[in-house]
Design a protein around this ligand. Structure first.
Ligand code: 0X9
Ligand code: ZN
Length: 441
């Protein structure tokens, strides 16, 4: 009998485990610190009171900080902010409502890829779409960029119109809850494959595009099935779960803006590259050698374009070029809907944060142009960007990616894609033709 009871518990357990966490009456605060003292107070709160989920960190340059509170702690946060004279707005009083408004569509497999770009998809949907792309377009090849703790492949694909081209690498979904990131990356890929705009066609033809919409697959799945606000990967660490995959790369690991406490969202892991996702993806990136000309990492939110490094505001080798190219691209981004991104080095634009992917890509692989997008919005919905903003966000981002290429070329980057081999090839063909003519074969 006792045995049977234990067995029935086991049968019920999976049902209990996959029950989705609800955020009924959770509140989102948008806090507007006015001076360094207030920022310090908020930093202390973030470090010492784990009751609150900071959706963004109070950095020296942060214009606002979003904090999510459980219903039972709302009064405490209200009082804390008021007593410290810190201004804030309540932007959502029932976070579950915003979650319910996010549409997650089932993906319908078929002879032609059928992803819609005004809705979100889960990992299964995105990977099914990738398979449809591979079957439909001869220029698309499936790629595996690494593996996750739970044994999933980091699936991606290459769009290539010939050999010898330089690479533009798109990294999406390193942070699980930032759903707009995979959605935007998929949109960009779709444009490269289907658009008739000559500039887009040229961009698609001139580069090898390596595209990975979801680089943290376990976390992404968890954010869909169990806990919408999940950020890290899903490796168990003692009594806790997950390492922040944007603090785990071997570049100034644990130097700033990262935590040694596995209970926190910025836990950097027990060591640099301790996580299968960051370790395998970095090995994969290294295997591409010096072919990567531009690396774009997609996060949300805040409407920022960030460049390395996260520990220092000191300008590195091509810092000024990177900023200039970035600013112009953000000009192009603003044209369609008036969305104004700020461009800056991570440390100067937001907060100190080391161990991130773009710092490693810049420092270790020496990739000339490296950017991190922090997509829409500015803390109204944060990670819960409503479906009606998915397409506009993706379109304006695509506008800016084309401008990054255009301006990058004007500044002397991204110029030899697919063009190193062709002149050489022509010289060889002409030489061969002459030989054939001389010897009258
Ligand atoms: O803190 C982060 O990892 C990023 N912001 S987010 O809100 N999406 O979590 C900023 C990343 C900046 N890049 C690096 N630190 N390399
Ligand atoms: Zn992020």
């Amino acid at each position: 009998m006792r045995f049977l009871f234990n067995l029935s518990f086991l049968l019920l357990a999976p049902v209990v485990l996959i029950e989705k966490f609800r955020f009924d009456n959770y509140t989102l605060f948008k806090v507007l610190p006015e001076n360094e003292r207030q920022i310090e107070i908020l930093q202390n709160l973030q470090d010492n009171d784990l009751r609150f989920d900071f959706w963004s960190s109070p950095g020296i340059k942060a214009e606002f900080v979003n904090i999510m509170s459980k219903p039972e702690n709302k009064i405490d946060l209200d009082n804390f902010l008021k007593s410290n004279g810190i201004n804030y707005e309540i932007v959502m009083s029932n976070i579950q409502e915003a979650i319910d408004k996010e549409t997650v569509s089932p993906y319908t497999r078929g002879r032609t890829p059928s992803m819609q770009f005004d809705t979100y998809y889960n990992l299964e949907g995105i990977n099914a779409w990738i398979n449809d792309l591979v079957r439909t377009y001869s220029e698309v090849t499936k790629l595996v960029g690494g593996v996750s703790y739970e044994g999933r492949e980091i699936e991606g694909f290459r769009i290539s119109h010939g050999s010898g081209r330089k690479i533009i690498f798109l990294e999406g979904g390193l942070h699980a809850r930032e759903w707009i990131s995979p959605a935007t990356v998929c949109f960009i890929a779709n444009e490269l494959l289907t658009s008739t705009n000559p500039e887009t066609r040229a961009a698609a033809r001139d580069f090898d595009w390596y595209i990975f919409p979801v680089t943290n697959p376990d976390g992404y799945v968890w954010s869909h099935t169990n806990f919408r606000m999940w950020r890290k990967n899903r490796r168990p660490i003692g009594n806790f779960f997950g390492v922040d995959l944007n603090r785990n790369w071997n570049s100034n690991w644990l130097v700033s803006g990262a935590s040694t406490n596995p209970a926190t969202d910025t836990y950097a892991g027990p060591g640099p590259f301790s996580e299968p996702e960051s370790r395998s993806l970095s090995t994969y990136l290294r295997s591409l050698g010096d072919r990567i000309d531009m690396y774009l990492s997609f996060h949300s939110f805040g409407e920022l374009l960030l460049i390395p490094f996260g520990n220092s505001t000191a300008p590195y080798a091509n810092y000024h070029d990177a900023i200039n190219i970035g600013r112009r691209a953000m000009g192009a981004l603003s044209v369609r809907f008036g969305t104004l991104y700020r461009t800056g080095n991570i440390a100067e634009a937001i907060y100190l944060a080391t161990g991130g992917s773009i710092d490693w890509v810049k420092e270790d692989l020496n990739v000339p142009l490296v950017y991190c997008y922090e997509s829409r919005d500015r803390g109204q919905y944060g990670f819960l960007l409503p479906p009606e903003q998915i397409l506009p966000n993706s379109q304006e981002t695509m506008d800016s990616v084309l401008e990054l290429i255009h301006q990058g070329r004007r500044f002397g980057y991204l110029n030899n894609s697919g063009r190193i081999l062709s002149p050489l090839l022509w010289v060889m063909i002409v030489a061969l033709a002459k030989l054939l003519w001389v010897y009258k074969f």
